[in-house]
Design a protein around this ligand. Structure first.
Ligand code: NDP
Length: 474
């Protein structure tokens, strides 16, 4: 079995304690992860602090060149990384609509290269006979990155590349469910970056908690649950840490009576079940006008009938298992609760193979707001479909929960769809699509889905503070 190590100050560090990483497709042990303790974390933070002055003094171009080298080296190790990702996360190598490990890996490369090409140039606010006023953006120092288990590699890249590009150094803690791909990534790139610029410490939630309260970390960028986001915010006050919190969502989609059902069905299906529903911005509640409700239900059920759930290493698998036992139990309990409350299961809803955490693609209608499956984030392959007759009711339903990550409106009347979209309380709104993101368009939540944005120039700004320079001329 391959050994994995922490990355601290440019060195591979072994630990005395370890924990098992479970393959959710068969519950076997993939490998053991090193378990960092508080001394490891302190060493990593100290190394990142020591590396900061030199790293932040480099030009954008010098840092960009190294980040592009990272993309190149991991591209040439793609097969190994994708295999590892499938084994620890469960997603198929290829999967339905090519949205498996290959998608996460391709996204990783695209995000590194696109983000590395950006730059925050100084802005001139005023330049006249009285004064020249410039706005400069300075790196913050050591960034703590805490990542989840749904897209372990891609989300780590979303955190670390903008942080590094803008001149910060990083300590990254991957989820204890899926640290292996990220640890291997660290091993592959360790000789590219100067020692201490990027450090990776795998461990349990207590390491994340110690990062949020660490005096020498200047900012936490976090993707995960709202509950953990709140805990981080509380402890981050010790040194007034800055935060970007990318938390859960329960995105509503509203399908209007004039939607082209044939055209939108594949997109609704793909964006609800992307990564088995384990995606923060997946479509999680589907509100459909009564005039097209039955047609859309039939079309989605027909698509679901063609899907194969199984081990992601097997070539023709569309969907893998849920990533972990806890998530599997959440999905099961939401389904049971819906059943008890009289919901109708159009397909799925029964666990057939319990050799892994497999849950079939499940569509549920005859269900109302207030049912747990509608109100709670399912983070799994089970979609509630709610019929509406009045658009005002649908808008109120979409906005009634505390979450505010994304939302969508589906219609052939773009102007009308835009008017409705503007009333949705969420960070991103899509028309005739959902869950689409790209490296140059800011993405983030409102309300209980967090604050701050990732991606694009606005995403880079999150890793900087403003220094205003006033040059007096009179
Ligand atoms: P968590 O929020 O618990 O975990 C996310 C990350 O935070 C992990 O690295 C975790 O470490 C770490 N962490 C745990 N406790 C603390 C703490 N007190 N302080 C700082 N960091 C901490 O998410 P879960 O993995 O438990 O998933 C639970 C739910 O979160 C899901 O059901 C889903 O609703 C949502 N979620 C949302 C995601 C998104 O993309 N927005 C992604 C994943 C989950 P460790 O793993 O070691 O405990």
């Amino acid at each position: 079995m391959k050994q994995f190590n922490l990355l601290i100050n440019g060195n591979s560090i072994s630990t005395t304690e370890h924990f098992d990483i479970i393959n959710p497709a068969n519950k076997s042990v993939v490998a053991q992860s090193p378990k960092a303790n508080i001394e490891h974390l302190n060493d990593a933070v100290a190394a990142a602090n020591a590396a900061f002055p030199k790293w932040s003094a480099l030009t954008y171009q010098q840092r960009r060149d190294l980040l592009i080298k990272i993309a190149d080296i991991i591209e040439s190790n793609g097969d190994e990384l994708m295999q590892l990702l499938t084994k620890e996360q469960g997603k198929p190598l290829k999967g339905f609509a090519n949205l498996g490990s290959g998608f996460e890996f391709g996204g990783t490369l695209a995000w590194i290269r696109a983000t590395a090409s950006m730059e925050l140039a100084p802005e001139v606010i005023q330049d006249n006979e009285t004064a020249r006023i410039e706005l400069h953006r300075k790196p913050l120092g050591v960034i703590g990155s805490i990542t989840p288990w749904n897209y372990p590699l891609l989300i780590s890249i979303w955190h670390i590349i903008p942080a590094l590009l803008t001149g910060n150094t990083v300590v990254l803690k991957p989820s204890e469910m899926t640290p292996l791909t990220v640890l291997r990534f660290g091993e592959l790139i360790k000789d590219i970056l100067p020692a201490g610029v990027l450090n990776i410490v795998s461990g349990d939630g207590s390491i994340g908690a110690s990062m949020s309260s660490h005096q020498d970390i200047q900012k936490i960028v976090f993707t995960g649950s709202t509950a953990t986001g709140k805990a981080i915010m509380k402890s981050a006050s010790v040194n007034l840490k800055r935060l970007t919190l990318e938390l859960g969502g329960n995105d509503a989609a509203i399908v209007l009576e004039d939607a082209d059902i044939k055209a939108i069905t594949p997109k609704i299906f793909a964006t609800a079940f992307i990564n088995n529903g384990q995606t923060c911005a997946a479509l999680k509640r589907l509100y459909v006008h009564e005039s097209v409700h039955d047609e859309l239900c039939t079309a989605l059920t027909s698509m679901a009938g063609n899907m194969k759930t199984g081990n992601g290493l097997v070539e023709d698998t569309d969907f893998g298992p849920l990533q972990n036992k806890k998530q599997f139990e959440i999905v099961n309990s939401l389904a049971e609760d819906a059943r008890k409350n009289g919901a109708n299961f159009l397909c799925g809803g029964e666990v057939i193979d319990d050799s892994g955490y497999f849950y079939p693609i499940t569509l549920v209608n005859n269900i109302k707001d207030g049912t747990r499956l509608v109100d709670e984030e399912q983070f799994g392959p089970i979609l509630p479909i709610i019929k509406f007759s009045n658009i005002e009711d649908a808008i109120n339903s979409a906005n009634r929960l505390s979450f505010g990550l994304g939302g969508s409106v589906w219609s052939t009347d773009i102007e009308k769809a835009q008017q409705i979209a503007s009333r949705l309380e969420c960070g991103t709104v899509w028309i005739n699509n959902h869950a689409m993101i790209q490296p140059d368009a800011p993405f983030g939540g409102v309300k209980a889905s967090g604050f701050g944005v990732e991606f694009g120039l606005d995403g880079l700004k999150e890793f900087t503070s403003i220094q205003t320079v006033q040059i007096s001329k009179s």
